[in-house]
Write a protein that binds this ligand. Sequence first.
Ligand code: ADP
Ligand code: MG
Length: 232
Amino acid sequence: MLRFTRLGCAGESNGSQMTVSRDDGLQWLRNCAAVIAKNRLYLIELDAAIGDADHGANMDRGFQAVLKKLPDIADKDIGSIFKAAGMVLVSTVGGAGGPLYGTFFLQAGALTAGKPELDLSSWTAALEAAINGVMMRGKAEPGDKTMVDALLPALDALKQSASLGEGFGVALRASAEAARQGMLATIPLVARKGRASYLGERSAGHQDPGATSSYLLLKAAADTWELNGLTA
Ligand code: ADP
Ligand code: MG
């Protein structure tokens, strides 16, 4: 796997102490809404090929609703913000993605409850809880051609970065790149979960829409927090 910026030791030693604030968390959610809106048609097209062409509309509806909710929760801690986003997603996204992304944010919120900020280790723990929640709820395993195929490699990349002593920013970038590779690796797979599994072998040759939205959300985290100064 391609890894980023192994150089720059000075930055990295500082980077491991860098954190994501409540405002950074809010900014991530705003950017998720923007990125999903921008990719609405792309996600619709991907879902048209192996599903029912609603993933882009579902996700956009959900994240626009999250965007509207943010002013009410802007003074809360990160855990409460993620939890509120999860509740909004559960009630607005619909389809398979609604409960799964809802669970993702509810679990991430539970792990970060009361925290004023996150470091690499708490973000890793939050993502692990979020993914475990998705896997328990959807019963998908790696290789089933679902969002799990983008999410799990992203988590593994964070853990690998932590074990190498890399900074938070480098870890986030590696995790977004791992999600992208995982998303691309869904193309040849035959779907074993969700609507695409009804197509059997004919689902092969198409990129999974949920893996794509998961990549977009994790890339948005890396882009947002990097811009906010988390560069090492
Ligand atoms: P629906 O399939 O109900 O129309 P969406 O189109 O919004 O819902 O979402 C489809 C995406 O949901 C798929 O591309 C896949 O990534 C994900 N998905 C479907 N079923 C599962 C599952 N059991 N576990 C994890 N992800 C799943
Ligand atoms: Mg669909």
